[in-house]
Design a protein around this ligand. Sequence first.
Ligand SMILES: [Cu+2]
Length: 386
Amino acid sequence: MGIVRISPFIAALTAATTVAAHGHVSHIVIDGLFYQGYDPTSFPYQANPPTVVGWATSQTDNGFVEPNSFANADIICHKSSVNAGGHAQVAAGSSISISWDTWPESHKGPMIDYLAACDGDCESADKAALAFFKIDEVGLIDDSASNGFWGSDVLIQNNNTWLVQIPSNIKAGNYVLRHETIALHSAGSANGAQAYPQCINLEVTGGGADVPAGTLATELYTPQDPGILVNIYTTGLAYTIPGPALIAGASSSVAQSSSAITATGTATVPGGGAAAPGTTTAAGTTTTAAAATTTAAAATSTAVVSTPTTLATSTRAAATSPTTAATTTTTTAAAATTTAAAEVGAQSLYGQCGMDAGKNYAGPTACAEGTCKSWNPYYYQCVATA
Ligand SMILES: [Cu+2]
């Protein structure tokens, strides 16, 4: 919630959900590389927060943007957003796994993803000029379930993770990914919907020639849209997902699954290479007992450098060549063997550790190297000790 409502009547109606924790995108995974997102609940209080791929916001309470603000800048990349200092590289046609730290079951609504091309680096792009085109949308899936089964329910079922495919037909370049859910539990009242936009800087490689037309974020929605002002507590609801139509070549959604993390990526900063705290070298074994799959990963991941166009061409050419040197071997072992291996000893760096909330993880709880960090209730990982 985060909003003190004026009407006592409405306040009483929504009181049951006011204690639920909202969330934010804690990290993304691209081709096994883990990139930290912006944590609005802790970074604003740090003297030197890390440079990440997620846009900074001022919403320290994990709050939302209300429909009455849909025409102002808060709707672009959340409240008082500031460009992310770095970006992650992704090949057109491949998928990005976007993980929220948590999401309340009561906050039902669509999952929507947009891209906006940056004129130059996204780190310095004018957010008010970003024109977003829609690449993914999932709204009401099944109205027969109690209060419906929504895109947000799929997110929760997939450990608060959403998989989105970057269309293969778009032109290579720098883009802001605007990932969003709109909670509709109070949307039957005027100004009751809650938008939670989350922005990430991407450098899309490969791709085609398409340069889709976009819409300014301040023009995506109005408070009166049928997908914004809507009572979801009715039967026979035909829900209309707000915003423009999907672009040609976008899949409305890809099958949701979780992505294995094999190494930690470092946000790339324009002209500077890897962001602090520097290059990460991973060498270890990640064992997922439930899947009976052992992934041996030895990867050195340094995200690709993008140099501002103000630098000399020769410098740019040198700087934009990939510096990632990764060797990843995946072998599928017999379940008995893998499980036995998983239950003894401590987890290696970048492997899963700890205990997940669903108790679906049966691997090592301790880290042989690094410390066990909780990214969300379902995923703990051995990360390098700072
Ligand atoms: Cu809420």
